[in-house]
Structures are given as C-alpha cells and as structure tokens.
Design a protein around this ligand. Structure first.
Ligand code: ADP
Ligand code: MG
Length: 698
C-alpha cells in the first residue's frame, strides 16, 4: 500500500477488478485521488434507536418494537404489512416482495429492529422494505458508533464496496500529502469564519469517516467546518475553471457581424408586432457583442412568454445578413418544429431558407439536408440534439442559439461550439432560458457568460389567474372547459408524471382523455404524450395550433416553449407533485393572448407542507423571479438550475443556496488565484473536476 500514489489508477486498490473498474468509471472515478474526492452525499444515523412517536415522514432512522399485527394486503399490488409498536407509538413495515420465511419471522410478539425511511402511508406512517433484524434477547444487535456515510453510487456498485475503497484511498492520502498549506492559509484569510476551518486533509478524513464524538446536526445540515472547508475549495475549483473557460474562449476570434439593417427591417415587418423596450435593448446588447470579433457568450434570461424567440430571430438576421449560418437548438422535437414554422414564416420575406433537422427523415432526405448544412450558404439550421451528430458539418456557422438552456449542460454547449469552429474562429453563442436565476447564483453558475435580462412582457397581456382546487371539484371544471371552448377559446388538460414509467403516464393521459371525451362529446379533443411517434405528436400539435382541436390532453411533453396564444384555460392535475419551476413553465402556455387566462391547479388531499407552499406561491404570483427565489428556498439550487442531471453545476459537497454567503469571498479568491498563483488553480481543477477536464481545458 505504501507504494501507492494519488495519481495511480483505481485498479491498484484491492477489490477492483475489471468489473468494478468499469462501474467506478461510470462515476467518473479513474484515479485514487478521484476516490478521495468522491464525498458522501449524505449520512445515515444508525447510532441510536429513535422512539416511534418522534418519527416523521422522510426521516431515515433505526426503530425498534414488537410486532402486533401481520397480514397480507391485496390491492393494486400485493404486500405484507407488519405493524410494530414501542412504548411511544407505532409504525407499519411494508414489503412488496417477501418470502414465506420472512413472513413467519415477522410473526406477532417478535421484537424487531429496522432501519429505513419513514413515509406517509394510506393509514399510518410506514417503512417500505426496511432493513430488518429480529432482536434476540440474549444477543442484542449492536448499533453503529458513528454516522454512516452514504456515497453517490451506481447500479451494481454498492455502499459496502464504496466504503472499502474510500478507506483505502484515505490511507493512500495519509501517505501522500496533497499540497494544501498554501490554500489552507489563503482560505483562512479570505473567508471570515467564526470558527477555525480544518486543513484539507483533516477535512477530508472527517467528512468520509465522521468520528463517534462528532456533533450530528451540523454534519447533517452540511455546516460542519470540515464541510465548509471542502465546499469552499470545490466552489473555487468551479469558479476558476469557468473563468479559465471564458478566458480561453475570449482568446479565440469570431466573425465580425455588423450592419444588416435591411434584413432587420424586413424581419421586423414580418414579425407583425412592435418590439418591447426590453426586446430592443437585448437585441442591441447582442449586436454590440457580435461586432467585436470576439466570441459572444451571452445568457438571455426572460420569463415565459417574454418573447425570446423574436429576439433570437433578430439576432439571427444579423449573422445571416453577414453571410453566416445560424444554428438554433431546442430541447424537444415539439419546440424545434414550432421554431421551424415560425422562422420559416418570418424569414420568407428575407429570402433566407430554414433547414429543419427534426423528426424522422429517410436516409436520402437526411443526406440532402446534411449536404445543405455543409454548404456555406447563409441558412438557419434548426434541430434538437441532432445538431451534435457526427455527420452534421456546418459550412459557415456564425451564431449558435440554444433555447431553454437549462436542459443542456456546459459540455454540450462547448461541443456545439467546437463543431462550428473554422480555424481559430468560433461561432457566437446566445443561450436562452426561461428559468430565472437569482443574481448571486447566476454569477456563480454561469461565471463564463454575460447576462441579458428580458424583464418586460409584451403589451396587452392580462396576468393569468390561478386557482387551486381539490380534485373533488372535477365536474365544475369540466363545465368550465365546455364554456370556454364554446366561446371559441382552447384549453389544455395536463396529466403530469405520476410514475417513473412513461408507459403508465401515457396510460393515465389516455384514460383522462377518454373520460373527457365521454363528458364533453361536443368538443374536439386531442391527446399527446411521450409514447406517440414524433410525427403523431407534431400532427396533434399542428391540429391544436390550427384550432381543429378545442382541448388538448397532454403529459408534461408540452412543458417547454409551446406557443398557442388562443389557448386560455389550463388545468393541471396532481399539481401537488410538480415543482415550482415546472408549474410556472406549464402555466406559461396560457396568458399569451389578450383574453383573460385561467390556470387551475388540481390537487389530491392531503397536501404536505412543501406542496402547500408551492401551490400558495403559484396562486400569489406570476413573476418568474419571485418564483425562482421561493423555489430556491424550498428546494436548493441544484434543482433550481435544473442542471443536476446535465452536470453543469452539480457539486459534490457545496450547495449554492446553503453556501450563498461564501460566494463573494470565493469569487474574490478565484480572481486572486488566477492572477497570482495559476498553478494552484490548475491543481484545484484537477482535484475537483478531473472527470470534467474535457471542458475545463477548452
Ligand atoms: P418565450 O420568451 O417564452 O420563448 P415566445 O417567444 O414564445 O416567448 O413569445 C410568446 C408570444 O408572444 C408569442 O406568441 C410571440 O409571437 C408573442 N410576442 C413576442 N414579442 C411580442 C411583442 N413585442 N408584442 C406582441 N407579441 C409578442
Ligand atoms: Mg420560448
């Protein structure tokens, strides 16, 4: 073991064969150092038995009691329900998979000790599939002496293995000190913390293996000095890598895009409305950037319905007028097609062609489209992720526009940039998002971008009135749909994700559509969900747009960007299950025309506290920024930024909301390190972002 170094590959650790190595790779762990920085995402408290009276939903606890009832329940799914009682209260254990033997072991009168997460059951508090032991009076099972770390894992790589590997990695760390004195000192002076922060090595050890006497609450809340020490380092690493990214991009050149007055005017006329002041300002900001010969990197934030598409079109015209192509990338096919239709209509009078790389094309058609894209002719190329595909080559790309950026990661952004490279020239980038991000967050998460804000809605919009109703009011609502549609309006009925499975969700939407068809036989009702083929989806969407459908029953596939101004009524079922950002996006599908729009949020009682707070917020405000702030308070920024999956701002230990107060100091420190100790910055990036180096390097 003594011979091992932090740079050595994971397979030098004992227990790592080809299979485990592959799993570790999936987690981004290739060196022993990577394992050292693979930090627990949370902890379990198996150190004490929690009295049942003090257990609440979502608590993960050890409980102990005597079985007082045990029975098999038949319902949608058969399950074994075991009721357990201690001196203070009771809880039910539920097993969907169980053997005869298990059932006998959990017989009446037995004393059991269980570990699991409590949740609200139909009758009472339950634990589903807890770890369960029958307690033998003569040989009580021992509790843990310290908190148990829980690591981010992957299929087939279990906690026990991760604990074994991190123990070995910590041993390697002990023998090979990470160079940290310099940074320990810098952090000490830069961050005015009341308590002393432990140096790097101590912090890593504490976080991986909390000692038994360590106070539990700070560790659970992520506010222990060891966690703060590591959070600062991680935030610094991110900040420095984003700044370097920005510096690197700025060293490149980009096409100089100027003039274009004529096409601008033609397009304005084709739009058929006057730009809002905010739209004009943002177009001017972008035009400034495009004329400098440096690659623009600009984030355009604008609430749903603020009119980002028109801004995108005007920016595009500047590139087109200068003889360059524009790529417009949307997160869904539906949205890409809608953009395709709008841009085709708007740019017809400018003589600019739109190439849509959406939907399913025959290989021959696809080859023809790709050949067009490879030409230098200035065209608009619209698509989804298809734009990244190997065989798409751009002939003369000047501007990349990404719509609803929160669906894409930093790496995807960079990939498209590289695709459009011509020698040292990089295309300009405009990134649009309807997810309003509080300013401190934006500065940290998007340190590599300039930000424009579209803070004005087009005129003549009446704010959407939002009502929150229990689902028992369904009949009234059906009557309301009938009235709205009779007066020439259209409506959406949204059935959100109720299960992980797309099959079940699509089924739920199908059932709802059938019920509504029976209840409203005089209406033309359409159905759209994720299991339909792309062509079918777009046909239904087209029909709704052309008003040959009155009511559209949909899953959340319509969440992003869909624009049908005549729709003025939206019903969202099971609204209690959706997050604020999603509810706000969905509601943004109405209130796009002049008619008073109504959004009805249907919920199933009983409501939890968070769900109640969310629905309350929706009723109180239409302002995306306020909603984002509340969302941040309720959920934390990983999800607010919507980047948890894409990895743009997914942190191991830092939490932008919890660590908000640290951000100014971290930014200042990042500046200083970049200026005075660039080598230290590189070390930090290697420690914390090794797996993401591809984009840190660009
Ligand atoms: P989002 O910012 O959510 O992408 P859209 O670009 O889809 O918003 O615009 C919403 C609607 O507002 C569209 O129907 C669009 O044509 C219309 N619109 C955009 N700008 C204006 C404006 N300045 N005046 C009137 N209507 C506008
Ligand atoms: Mg949009």
């Amino acid at each position: 073991m003594a011979a091992l170094g932090l740079e050595d590959p994971v397979e030098r650790l004992s227990g790592v064969g080809p299979r485990v190595r592959e799993k570790l790779q999936k987690l981004g762990l290739t060196t022993i150092r990577d394992v050292v920085y693979h930090l627990p995402s949370r902890y379990q408290d198996r150190t004490r038995i929690t009295p049942l009276r003090t257990v609440y939903p979502r608590m993960e606890v050890v409980v102990e009691g005597v079985v007082i009832a045990s029975q098999i329940q038949f319902g949608r799914r058969r399950s074994l329900l075991v009721k357990v009682e201690d001196d203070t209260g009771s809880i039910a254990l539920r097993f969907f998979h169980f053997s005869r033997e298990q059932q006998l072991r959990l017989a009446n009168g037995r004393r059991v000790r269980c570990f699991g997460e409590a949740r609200r059951g139909p009758q009472q508090l339950e634990m589903v599939h807890p770890e369960c032991q029958v307690v033998d009076d003569y040989q009580p099972q021992s509790l843990e002496s310290a908190l148990t770390p829980v690591y981010p894992a992957t299929d087939g790589l279990h906690q026990a293995m991760l604990r074994k590997l991190t123990s070995q990695a910590l041993e390697v760390l002990r023998m090979n000190r990470e160079d940290s004195a310099e940074l320990d000192a810098l952090i000490e002076t830069a961050v005015a913390q009341s308590g002393r922060l432990p140096p790097l090595h101590e912090a890593l050890r504490l976080v991986h293996r909390p000692p038994p006497d360590m106070p539990l609450d700070p560790l659970f809340n992520g506010t222990h000095p060891a966690q703060i020490r590591l959070s600062i380092e991680e935030l610094l690493a991110h900040q420095i890598s984003l700044r370097k990214l920005r510096q690197a991009t700025r060293k490149r050149s980009a096409p100089v895009l100027r003039g274009g007055e004529e096409m601008h005017q033609t397009l304005l006329a084709a739009l058929g409305f006057t730009l809002t002041g905010a739209q004009q300002r943002v177009v001017a900001e972008v035009a400034q950037d495009l004329g400098k010969g440096l690659p623009m990197l600009r984030l355009l934030q604008g609430d749903v319905g603020a009119g980002k598409t028109a801004v995108a079109a005007l920016c595009a015209s500047l590139a087109l007028a200068n003889g360059y192509q524009v790529a417009l990338m949307a997160p869904t096919e539906l949205l890409a097609e809608q953009h395709g239709r709008n841009f085709t209509r708007w740019f017809a009078s400018c003589g600019v062609e739109v190439v849509s790389l959406t939907g399913r094309a025959t290989p021959a058609v696809r080859r023809r489209l790709h050949a067009q894209v490879a030409e230098a002719t200035p065209r608009i190329i619209i698509g989804t992720h298809a734009l990244f595909q190997e065989d798409v080559r751009f002939g003369r790309l000047g501007l990349v526009i990404m719509d609803e950026q929160h669906r894409f990661g930093v790496d995807q952004r960079l990939a498209l940039l590289e695709k459009g490279a011509q020698g040292n020239l990089r295309p300009h980038q405009l990134i649009m998002t309807a997810t309003p991000i509080p300013r401190t967050l934006a500065m940290t998460a998007y340190a590599d971008l300039d930000v424009s804000i579209l803070d004005e809605l087009p005129p003549n919009r009446t704010p959407v009135a939002t009502k929150v109703l229990a689902e028992t009011r369904r009949e009234d609502i059906v009557a309301r749909i009938s009235t709205a549609c009779a007066s020439g309006r259209q409506a959406y009925w949204v059935c959100p994700l109720i299960d992980e499975s797309e099959v079940l969700d699509s089924q739920a939407a199908t059932d709802t559509a059938e019920q509504l068809m029976a209840a409203l036989p005089h209406l033309r009702i359409g159905l759209i969900h994720g299991r339909l083929k792309e062509q079918e989806k777009s046909a239904v969407m087209q029909a709704f747009m052309q008003h040959t459908l009155d009511l559209l029953v949909a899953t959340t596939v319509i969440e992003v960007g869909v624009d049908v101004p005549n729709a003025s009524l939206m019903i969202i079922e099971n609204a209690e299950r959706l997050g604020l950002a999603q509810l706000h996006q969905l509601r943004g599908r109405v209130g796009r025309g002049e008619a008073q729009s109504i959004c009805i949020l249907l919920y199933k009682a009983p409501l939890g506290d968070t769900a109640r707070a969310r629905l309350q917020t929706m009723r109180e405000t239409n302002d995306g920024f306020i909603i984002a702030e509340r969302d941040l308070a309720l959920r934390g920024p990983g999800e607010v930024l919507g980047t948890r999956q894409t990895g743009a701002a997914s942190f191991r230990i830092a939490d932008l909301s919890r660590d908000r107060d640290l951000l100014p100091a971290v930014r200042a420190l990042a500046d200083r390190i970049l200026r005075e100790q660039p080598a230290l910055g590189d070390r930090l990036i290697r420690r914390w972002l090794a797996q993401k180096l591809d984009y840190a390097k660009v």
